[in-house]
Design a protein around this ligand. Structure first.
Ligand SMILES: [Zn+2]
Ligand SMILES: [Zn+2]
Length: 93
């Protein structure tokens, strides 16, 4: 990382760097929040390969609501990890 050469009266770039870092962090945070938002929106419906409908996912153990994670979920009935199945035909998504 280059050390700012100008220091003193010539307009020290220290605070510029700080502002840039803060701006970058805010941008990353917004991006992260946006991705979380998109992910939560997407997670509501899945296209089932078997019945061909946009369906909600349920757990394979209790056919109950799931808190969805990447490629699997947590059954809200027994609070254990489970696979996601189609709410209509109960086949794996
Ligand atoms: Zn289905
Ligand atoms: Zn369960």
């Amino acid at each position: 990382m280059p050390i700012p050469l100008e220091n003193g009266d010539g307009g020290p770039p220290c605070w510029v760097l700080l502002v840039a870092i803060v701006a970058l962090l805010i941008a990353l945070l917004l991006l992260w929040a946006y991705q979380r938002y998109i992910a939560s929106k997407k997670a509501v419906h899945h296209l089932c390969d078997y019945c061909g409908h946009m369906v909600t996912a349920v757990s394979d153990c209790h056919h109950a609501m799931v808190r969805e994670r990447f490629l699997h979920g947590v059954c809200l009935e027994c609070k254990k990890e489970c696979k996601l199945v189609c709410a209509r035909c109960k086949r794996p998504l």
